[in-house]
Design a binder for this molecule. Structure first.
Ligand code: ZN
Length: 76
């Protein structure tokens, strides 16, 4: 089940210049490096990481809370 309305996913798509989460996912579904966002509640840091990243290091808050957009959406 895809989750295209996750608040962090919406924020990530917006940060990448997309009005629609679906367009964002379509463009990055087959990438080797994809946009990721920190899922900590007080941090919205974004970076380009591996598509299957679930616990990447966040350079902004120092936690292992970076998730790729594909992981957040449920595509991976
Ligand atoms: Zn963070």
């Amino acid at each position: 089940m895809f989750n295209l309305s996750h608040p962090k996913l919406v924020k990530l798509a917006e940060a990448e210049g997309y009005a629609e989460v679906a367009d964002f996912l379509e463009d990055h579904a087959v990438g080797s490096i994809v946009p990721a966002i920190c899922v900590a509640s007080d941090c919205d840091h974004t970076a380009d990481l591996e598509p299957d990243q679930r616990a990447g290091f966040c350079e902004a808050c120092g936690r292992a809370s970076m998730k790729s957009g594909l992981v957040i959406s449920g595509m991976i």
